[in-house]
Design a binder for this molecule. Structure first.
Ligand code: HEC
Ligand code: HEC
Length: 326
């Protein structure tokens, strides 16, 4: 009897602690500080650099525009740049239903430049809501603030598209955990291009290669397997495509690839026929945004190649594609 009472009180204390923790997580988090006060000049130079970064490096428009999956690598549908509304749900392995936002002036008019800086680099919205890290904001948080200013200037210059996007909803327990994810940004200066390895590391981070090219467990990548591929992506037709091992392993990675082969693999998608190659819905397709990266400058691709040659080599043979099981 006495024991039952003790257990009951321990249990209620535990419940109280859990409840207090949940309240704390919901009300006091995310905590990344206030947005910086910024008033940017949207110069033509910044807009041009922002256009390059958003479309060919950080590939913001990969998620924030409509994609045409009847073609190889799902190129962007013209006239939809930045409109958002792309759906990512449990069928592609995320713990909720998330919609990319409208980031044309219609969608971001409510944001100050400082608040845009904060949401892009930490995932905390104007309203203080934590966004799901499907958007790789922890990578953007390590970029040079000047590069983020360029991206903001470019977003402000986009053609406004009047389209309201459905609000995202996380499943339990992600609806609580999500508030613990955002971290303060740790910006760095963009290294000089002459310092090829540091510059290559910077560009590799900015283009999010690591996020797709690393295995995940419960939605988060496993850093010890960085760049070794094997992350599953489910295509609309139910087939699975897996990211390739891009560590320098000689047999299963890119150890034997020359710089030229690496660059050509990207540049192969630069002309418009390669960008518009129709694909039978049941055939091989990929989520790797080749058509967007194809616009990356040669010196940026060669720097990424040089950097990848120095990451930890991991043996991991990847079967890139499995058709849908019917
Ligand atoms: C892999 C997909 C993906 C990429 C790449 C991506 N985003 Fe996002 N973005 C999202 C999703 C999804 C949301 C909404 C998240 C949520 O609702 O939890 C979002 C939200 C936003 C918001 C918030 C807008 C609002 O109304 O609150 C901004 C601004 C934004 N993204 C800008 C960018 C920029 C700039 C880049 C490139 C530097 C980028 N995104 C890259 C998927 C992506
Ligand atoms: C949205 C997820 C995603 C992103 C971001 C991404 N990749 Fe990939 N990548 C894949 C997938 C999936 C494959 C396997 C299918 C294919 O070859 O397209 C792949 C394949 C590759 C291949 C192998 C091509 C071959 O011929 O076998 C290389 C090299 C590569 N990626 C490099 C990169 C680099 C470098 C970056 C960053 C600039 C990057 N990827 C960013 C998903 C991604």
């Amino acid at each position: 009897m006495k024991i039952a009472k003790i257990i009951a009180s321990i249990f209620s204390i535990l419940l109280l602690v859990v409840a207090l923790l949940l309240v704390y997580v919901k009300t006091a988090m995310p905590n990344v500080g206030t947005a910086p006060s910024l008033k940017l000049e949207y110069t033509p130079e910044r807009i041009a650099r922002g256009d390059y970064l958003a479309n060919h490096v950080a590939v913001c428009m990969d998620c924030h525009s409509k994609r045409d999956w009847s073609k190889f690598s799902g190129p962007m549908v013209a006239g939809t740049t930045g409109q958002g509304g792309e759906r990512f749900d449990q069928t592609v392995g995320v713990p909720g239903v998330y919609y990319s936002k409208n980031i044309t002036p219609f969608g971001i008019a409510r944001y100050t430049d400082g608040e845009l800086f904060r949401v892009i680099t930490t995932g905390v919205s104007k309203e203080g809501e934590a966004y799901f890290p499907l958007m790789p904001f922890s990578y953007y948080g390590r970029m040079d603030p000047e590069d983020i200013y360029c991206i903001i200037s470019y977003l402000r210059s986009l053609k406004s598209i009047d389209k309201t996007v459905t609000h995202s909803v996380s499943d339990f327990p992600m609806n609580f955990l999500i508030n613990t994810i955002p971290q303060k940004a740790t910006p760095q200066k963009k290294p000089d291009i002459g310092n090829q390895l540091a510059y290559g590391e910077y560009m590799t981070n900015a283009s999010g290669c690591r996020e797709c090219h690393t295995k995940v467990e419960r939605g988060r990548i496993l850093p010890e397997f960085a760049f070794s591929g094997g992350r599953d992506f489910i295509l609309l037709n139910g087939a699975t495509v897996r990211s390739f091992n891009i560590t320098p392993d000689n047999e299963t990675g890119i150890g034997q690839w020359t710089e030229e082969q690496f660059v050509q693999r990207f540049k192969a998608y630069a002309d418009s026929s390669a960008r518009n190659k129709p694909v039978d819905p049941n055939d091989y397709n990929t989520v790797m945004p080749w058509t967007m990266y194809a616009g990356m400058k040669r010196e940026d691709l060669t720097a990424i190649y040089a950097y990848l040659k120095t990451v930890k080599s991991i043996k991991n043979k990847v079967e890139k594609f499995s058709p849908a099981v019917r």
